[in-house]
Ligand binder design. Structure first.
Ligand code: SIN
Length: 545
């Protein structure tokens, strides 16, 4: 199979790239499960952008830089913020129905507020923004004559070779069909990693099961640099309930006046930041973690009971209904909440066009590190960044298409997997690894990351995590070398890789900044660490799975 553009992932970044790139060529979108199943779909809050008369680009830029704790690239932030209104117009053209309200005798967008924002600027669709964006983009992509979508197909590795002058380039990817287990090689002029985040590296996460860091792991294995992976953002408020699987309780609730309380009813956020509940996300998550450790409680409370019940019903229908399903009526009782892993601020290093240093390879959305988020992403900047850089990547790759060679029939490599033909543990060649061993390692990685590499870190725990991850890596490598590749094994390989990259990045940053807090180095050290943490397989071989 060959195509012009191969897109791995079907969230806002992958689909908006696909729709724009399809103007100039054939696009194949490969997605691990059903196309709807992406991090985008679960985004509740919305999209931050400057469209209100009382707002300005400078204010949004400054809020982003302040949240990012000295590590945002100002040029990328400016570019992202200023492109916002155009991208919103494009989304409206695609049929996204943002919530509107009547104001000054006109119907205008309803702007929500979230932590770290000095103005109301969050466009939203009630509390189901991501689901509506995903619906609109997918409707168009599904009916587009030049876009093909392969569901249940997961990227395994990039197809990389060298051009005539010896420069590394990417020509497509190996993808596994989850249903048949077959691996296909897809050749493409341009390959786009839009696989979303890696929340499944942690035991508790707001992310869906598909978020296993596949894009970052594949890019790293192919020799692309990755950056700032120590800055894993924990969302301060996910529903605490044994069956809720970390259901997100949007920051927009605090934006509308929600208050955080200890179980005894006392407020605590004023102690930590002048903006209290609307402080940047790193501060709120850290404060909750600290309070829980001090009181020994398993959760804190988010209190909405003083707010107008009709406003809550209208503005947060999904959260209200979901909480009711778990026996919590937020109109009359506070919601039990805990922090959970939410968003990777680091990712594959890209330039201002979403291009990586490997020719033919782009990374967009949560998979990428564009320089916009720095050490702590400002709330609701993620969908904005995904839209802006997917658009720029589409423009760039369309212009570069003629210079990116189409793979010829004879060039396409065969999938060779050594585990199909040999088993180092004496088991029969080609027999799959026992599932229990794969699930055991999955659980171990996720628990280890939660306990040792969470909101508050110490050098001792990070070193312990490194030692254990080295053992797990060796074990997973042995599986990969001696069993047929299954989708579960491919995901395990990726979460072990990404976990190791997070730990290495965290160990190398000997200071505290933004989302990275280490008790041994509690202060920010601009003299030594006002820079990105870049890991690159050629120079920093973290592991060799
Ligand atoms: C939320 O609704 O709180 C999530 C928004 C975001 O992660 O930016």
């Amino acid at each position: 199979m060959t195509t012009d553009y191969l897109v791995l992932g079907s969230g806002i970044a992958g689909l908006s790239f696909a729709l724009e790139a399809a103007e100039s060529g054939r696009v194949l979108v490969c997605t691990k499960r059903q196309a709807e199943e992406s991090n985008t779909r679960y985004a509740q809050g919305g999209i931050a952008t400057v469209l209100d008369r009382e707002d300005s680009f400078d204010l949004h830029v400054n809020d982003t830089l302040k949240a990012g704790a000295g590590l945002c690239r100002r040029d990328r932030v400016e570019l992202c913020v200023r492109a916002g209104p155009d991208r919103i117009r494009w989304l409206v053209e695609q049929g996204v129905r943002f919530t509107r309200m009547s104001r000054n005798a006109a119907i205008e967008f309803d702007f929500g507020r979230e932590g770290g924002h000095s103005r109301r600027r969050i466009l939203h669709v009630e509390d189901l923004t991501g689901r509506e964006v995903e619906r609109a983009l997918l409707d168009h992509a599904r009916s587009h004559p030049r876009i093909e979508i392969w569901e249940d197909h997961m990227g395994v590795d990039l197809w990389r070779d060298r051009d005539g002058s010896g420069k590394a380039r990417v020509r497509g990817a190996f993808v596994i069909d989850r249903r048949s287990g077959e691996v296909h090689v897809v050749g493409a002029r341009a390959t786009v990693l839009a696989t979303g985040g890696a929340g499944k590296v942690y035991l508790y996460t707001s992310n869906p099961d598909v978020a296993t860091g596949d894009g970052v792991a594949m890019a790293y294995r192919a020799g692309a640099p990755v950056a700032n992976l120590e800055f894993y953002q924990f969302h301060p408020t996910c529903l605490y309930h044994p069956k809720a699987k970390s259901f997100l309780i949007s920051e927009a609730l605090r934006g509308e006046g929600g208050l955080l309380r200890r179980l005894d009813g006392t407020r605590f956020m004023e102690k930590y930041h002048p903006d209290a509940e609307l402080a940047p996300r790193d501060v709120v998550a850290h404060a909750i973690d600290h309070e829980m450790k001090q009181t020994g409680d398993d959760y804190v409370l988010l209190d909405m009971t003083h707010l107008d019940a009709r406003m809550l019903e209208k503005r947060f229908p999904n959260i209200l209904e979901t909480c009711l399903g778990f026996g919590v009526d937020m109109r009359h009782e506070p919601i039990p909440v805990v922090p959970a892993a939410h968003y990777s601020c680091g990712g594959v290093v890209t330039d201002e066009h979403g291009a990586t240093p490997l020719a033919g390879l782009y990374a967009v959305g949560e998979t990428a590190c564009t320089g916009v988020h720095g050490a702590n992403r400002l709330a609701s900047n993620s969908l904005l960044e995904a839209l802006v850089f997917a658009h720029r990547a589409a423009e760039h790759s369309k212009a570069a298409l003629d210079t990116l060679p189409a793979p010829e029939e004879g060039e396409v490599p065969h999938w060779m997997h050594v585990g199909e033909t040999s088993r180092s543990d004496g088991g029969p060649a080609g027999a799959p690894r026992e599932t229990v061993m794969v699930t055991q390692d999955w659980d171990e990685v996720r628990r280890l990351m939660w306990n040792y590499v969470g909101i508050v870190r110490s050098v001792r725990r990070l070193l312990g995590a490194r030692r254990r991850l080295d053992l797990l890596s060796a074990e997973v490598r042995e599986y990969v070398l001696s069993s047929p590749l299954t989708p579960d094994l491919a995901e395990l390989r990726n979460i072990v890789t990404v976990a190791s990259l997070i730990v290495e990045s965290a160990l190398s940053r000997q200071e505290s900044r933004g989302l990275h807090f280490v008790v041994d180095y509690p202060d920010r050290d601009d003299a030594r660490f006002a820079r990105d943490t870049i890991l690159w397989a050629g120079v920093h071989p973290v592991m060799a799975v």
